[in-house]
Ligand binder design. Structure first.
Ligand code: F6R
Ligand code: MG
Ligand code: MG
Length: 366
């Protein structure tokens, strides 16, 4: 059966500050999606949150980039924003950058990851959601899942994965894309995706079947808006088992709480901590950045689940490591590499300070 899995998300108001989502926002989204399911637009849905981001997980038969689905998601966010305004939640409507919907939510603020698939006899999917970080945060985990045999032994010993995967990489500044084939182009792909503030993995495909294996949301809100509007807090869908990495190989990269951009004021490097949905509450220095993962089995488009995959003691050590790294980085205060390089910070006073002091600068004589 052909089915489309869409994850569309937005921060439409935080509770308290930017640390979590209010239950009334989730309730309002559930009501909206329940209606769309009753109307036959959706096959199924699941509403959740990651920190202050509202996550709409939806299945349908309308294909990717569908206007009706995007319009309905947009309406869900605007209705939720009304609730957020009534409760005076923090940053109500923060990610809704346009006043009116115009065909597709891409470029309007919300994050989108969608894939159209032929549902297999059994179709396990994992949905990753992150808060207080940006889209390049998936680069290292996706590389490890689909190209690193020390993470995914299936690349070496499973006949249906041995041909490798291809990576679609986007240049988020210049809006260009390129495809790399792994394993033979791993040195080339790493030149780019090792610089995640500029290059982000948009999708991964099986080279054996050509089927899509993973898709992420790659837009950078700051580039869309031309001013600070929050990190994009990305999402990513990954298919597992069979000709794709096993569930355990898909989750394994997150045992390293890798440093990502984001955290306080979207202007710091911090460790990406794998947590349960209940623990996606970035409260320490508005962080550290969090990642959640929900697993579903698809059954004729129905979302069977979720299982909260990081709600497992085997990730305790990663969380401990993340807290230790967070503590170490915090001691650096406003110094790099805790603080981001000047052109990556989402908040800066540099232009004003520079302007105030410009006449005090003098040319260095040799
Ligand atoms: C980071 C984030 C928060 C805010 C910070 C300041 O992505 O959302 O760390 O940047 O709490 O928020 P404002 O400027 O809204 O007071
Ligand atoms: Mg927020
Ligand atoms: Mg957020």
């Amino acid at each position: 059966m052909k089915v489309t899995l869409s994850v569309i998300k937005a921060d439409i108001g935080g509770f308290v500050g930017h640390s979590d989502s209010h239950p009334a926002i989730l309730e309002s989204a559930k009501e909206s999606l329940e209606k769309s399911k009753a109307d036959g637009l959706l096959i199924d849905y699941y509403v959740t949150k990651c920190g202050d981001d509202l996550q709409l997980i939806m299945t349908h038969n309308m294909g990717i980039n569908n206007e009706k689905i995007h319009q309905m998601a947009w309406n869900t966010f605007t209705t939720g924003t009304d609730v957020a305004r009534k409760l005076k939640l923090y940053g109500a409507g923060q990610d809704l950058l346009a006043d009116a919907f115009s065909g597709n939510v891409k470029g309007m603020g919300p994050g989108v990851a969608e894939m159209g698939i032929n549902e297999r006899t059994s179709e396990p999917v994992i949905i990753f959601m992150a808060d207080k970080t940006s889209s390049g945060a998936w680069n290292m985990p996706l590389y490890k899942m689909f190209a690193d045999p020390f993470n995914t032994i299936g690349l070496v010993i499973a006949p249906n994965m041995h041909k490798g995967f291809s990576f679609e990489v986007h240049d988020v500044k210049e809006h260009k894309k390129i495809i790399f084939n792994t394993p033979e182009e791993i040195y080339d792909v790493l030149v780019f995706i090792g610089a995640p503030s500029r290059y982000a993995v948009k999708a991964v495909y099986s080279r054996d079947t050509g089927e899509i294996a993973a898709v992420s949301s790659t837009q950078k809100l700051s580039y869309i808006a031309g001013r600070y509007v929050g990190k994009d807090d990305p999402v990513c869908i990954v298919r597992a088992q069979g000709s794709f990495p096993a569930v355990g190989e898909v989750l394994e990269p997150f045992t390293l709480p890798a440093l990502v951009e984001g955290w306080m004021r979207g202007s710091h490097n911090g460790p990406l901590m794998p947590v349960s949905v209940a623990n996606s509450t970035p409260t320490r220095f508005d962080g550290p950045p969090r990642v959640t993962s929900l697993g579903f089995q698809l059954a004729e488009g129905k979302l069977i689940g979720p299982r909260d995959m990081f709600d497992d003691i085997s990730f305790d050590d990663a969380r401990k490591q993340a807290n230790r790294a967070a503590e170490y980085l915090r001691r650096h205060g406003p110094f790099e590499p805790h603080r981001l390089p000047l052109d990556e910070m989402e908040y800066t006073t540099m232009p004003q300070v520079m302007d105030k002091l410009k006449d005090k600068f003098s040319i260095l004589e040799d």
